[in-house]
Design a protein around this ligand. Structure first.
Ligand SMILES: [Zn+2]
Length: 184
């Protein structure tokens, strides 16, 4: 939900100069997948269920990710992922069809909003991995939220929905302009 709200906000503030329907679709899917990627360090991650042999690959990947909430929740991890996708996407995609830059940034928005949201939880995130210490916001651990607790369910979730509703309402022109590019 946070990833989706971030994507819609970015689309209104930094609209692409041109966008087609496949790219718009890819942006939504990419943002959703991006928001799930950091927790692929857990074998139980939903993304693994979608892949054949996902259980096995999931176990291997946990090693690559160097344990739960480590590399994949750090600046270093985000940077490595950005560089990999920057190289990979233009070679993988039929670029006149799907804009690799729009997809790249949509995936990054998903990733960053996941890591930022985890930073609000008690556990915190190892932002400066390989340095082991964890950080979070607010800096005092007791003030942060419990994953899946009442604050997340009763404040963060409805708050995000309300934000999205008012944001879309307040930025109709920008967002409709974007859709007009799609319908061309
Ligand atoms: Zn996470």
């Amino acid at each position: 939900m946070l990833a989706f709200s971030s994507l819609v906000s970015a689309a209104a503030y930094f609209p692409p100069s041109d966008i087609n329907l496949p790219t718009l679709f890819a942006a939504f899917v990419g943002c959703t997948v991006g928001s799930l990627i950091p927790d692929m360090d857990q074998g139980s991650n939903r993304l693994w269920d979608l892949l054949p042999g996902g259980d096995f690959v999931g176990r291997v990947f946990r090693r690559v990710f160097l344990g739960h909430r480590s590399l994949s929740h750090s600046l270093l991890g985000l940077y490595i992922f950005y560089r990999l996708m920057d190289w990979f996407l233009p070679r993988l995609l039929n670029t006149p069809f799907i804009d690799p830059q729009v997809l790249l940034w949509s995936v990054m928005i998903g990733l960053v909003s996941h890591v930022a949201a985890d930073g609000l939880t008690e556990e915190g995130i190892p932002l400066f991995f390989p340095f082991g210490f964890k950080v979070g916001f607010p800096p005092i651990r007791r003030w942060r939220i419990k994953t899946g607790g009442w604050f997340e369910n009763l404040v963060i979730f409805p708050g995000t929905l309300a934000y999205l509703f008012f944001f879309i309402h307040g930025h109709q022109n920008q967002l409709l302009g974007l859709l007009r590019l799609v319908t061309g």
